[in-house]
Design a protein around this ligand. Structure first.
Ligand code: DX5
Ligand code: ZN
Length: 219
């Protein structure tokens, strides 16, 4: 079972961002997970499209932009122009989810939708045929370094089952508290893309940690 690793730059050392991004790329990470927070939808402020634009020429990785912001429609074009390959919006922050997903796809990039730990996966049923990725949050969004919430496992399982039954092909991504210990559990449940922030950027050897996480996930 092959998986994709998506290091979250939220836990990177921003004074050496280019260097650390190069390290995860050398470690074989497929996606670069970019956490955008606005201080409204979540109680933290992080980075905007300028950072994405400055990283874009430095990396060939697939840029996975996780928008944890209110009114995401207002910023989608900026992130597409900056070089995003995938834009994920939160179900809880999007008034007209179908419209927003259509808008992302019209811009020529992949579209993802995310749900918080307290949001039922069934709330996504009517958009599942149109999304490229479903992001199951396994912490409450806002900060890196939180503990994995294990009820997300049953959500991943249910989504994987639904995908199979309906012959859909969206990827299932899990984000929050992922490490070597729980990686095999989320993969067994059906996750295809593992986001990891503190586990990777907090490691002594960032490049090797990408390799190790994949090994554990695929074990
Ligand atoms: C949380 C972010 C995550 C976070 C993951 O709000 O969406 O992407 O950076 O960090 P860890 O892996 O440390 O939980
Ligand atoms: Zn994220």
């Amino acid at each position: 079972m092959s998986i994709k690793i998506a290091p979250s730059i939220l836990s990177a050392d921003f004074s050496q961002l280019g260097q650390q991004v190069a390290e995860v790329e050398k470690g074989g990470a497929e996606y670069l997970h970019i956490d955008v927070m606005d201080g409204h939808f979540v109680p933290n402020i992080t980075i905007g499209s300028l950072v994405v634009a400055s990283l874009r020429p430095k990396s060939k990785m697939f840029f996975d932009v996780h928008l944890m912001i209110e009114s995401p429609d207002l910023y989608i074009s900026d992130f597409v122009q900056a070089g995003a390959d995938l834009i994920t919006v939160h179900q809880e922050a999007t008034k007209h989810l179908h419209r927003t997903i259509s808008f992302i796809k019209e811009k020529g990039v992949k579209a993802g939708v995310s749900i918080n730990p307290a949001t039922p996966w069934q709330s996504l049923e009517y958009v599942l045929p149109m999304v490229d990725l479903v992001l199951v949050m396994s912490v409450n969004p806002g900060f890196g370094g939180q503990q994995f919430i294990s009820s997300s496992l049953s959500k991943i399982k249910a989504l994987a089952q639904y995908r199979k039954e309906h012959q859909l092909d969206f990827e299932i991504q899990v984000d929050g508290g992922i490490n070597r210990t729980n990686a095999p559990l989320v993969v067994q449940a059906g996750a295809d893309v593992l986001v990891a922030g503190s586990a990777i950027f907090g490691a002594k050897d960032i490049q090797q940690e990408v390799v190790a996480l994949r090994k554990q996930g695929e074990a």
